[in-house]
Ligand binder design. Structure first.
Ligand code: GDP
Ligand code: MG
Length: 163
């Protein structure tokens, strides 16, 4: 069984784009509408010989189990059970938001090791967000551009010691 790495973050930060980039197929639905990923999707990924199963998750909007966002959040929480590591993704252009802080607070209370991934990191607009991400408490962030395929190899260095 491959180690399992789960992608977590608020809606629209690029989780599904990163998932597709890692798996190399258009398995996850990418959309401009926040929260478009309704199902948990998983696929095999490989970075420089490091093989793992990567899991895309739904958005994280509120915790009411009677709403769709609430059910999506519950599913994300359940997905973490049994995961070997998590990649917490933020939108580096948007910087750290209240929802990012809320997700990070929850993740820090879990046992799973977390890699801080700053997506949309192409260009200077991402610099402030990358620095801000240290405050989430997961150590050195890995800047990537899932859309442009930049920084993906750097995830190797962050993942191999923990999976
Ligand atoms: P999710 O809701 O977290 O799964 O986010 P998606 O993967 O659906 O992406 C949300 C939006 O961000 C889409 O419009 C993507 O094209 C865009 N996006 C994803 N990755 C990048 C990136 O590296 N750079 C930029 N500029 N946009 C990105
Ligand atoms: Mg998605």
């Amino acid at each position: 069984m491959l180690p399992q790495v789960i992608i977590i973050g608020r809606p629209n930060v690029g989780k599904s784009t990163l998932f597709n980039r890692l798996v190399g197929k258009k398995l996850a639905l990418v959309d401009d509408q926040p929260g478009v990923t309704r199902d948990r999707r998983s696929g095999d990924a490989e970075i420089a010989g490091l093989k793992f199963e990567v899991v895309d998750t739904a958005g994280w909007e509120d915790d009411d189990p009677h709403t769709l966002p609430g059910r999506m959040r519950k599913q994300t929480e359940v997905s973490l059970i049994g995961a070997d590591a998590a990649m917490m993704v933020i939108d580096a252009r948007a910087g750290v938001t209240t929802l990012d802080e809320e997700i990070a607070l929850w993740l820090r209370s879990q046992k799973v090791p977390v890699v801080m991934v700053c997506n949309k990191a192409e260009g200077k607009a991402a610099e402030a967000g990358i620095f801000e991400s240290y405050a989430l408490g997961f150590g050195d962030p890995v800047p990537v551009s899932a859309e442009h395929g930049e920084g993906i190899a750097d995830l190797f260095g962050a993942l191999w010691p923990i999976i």
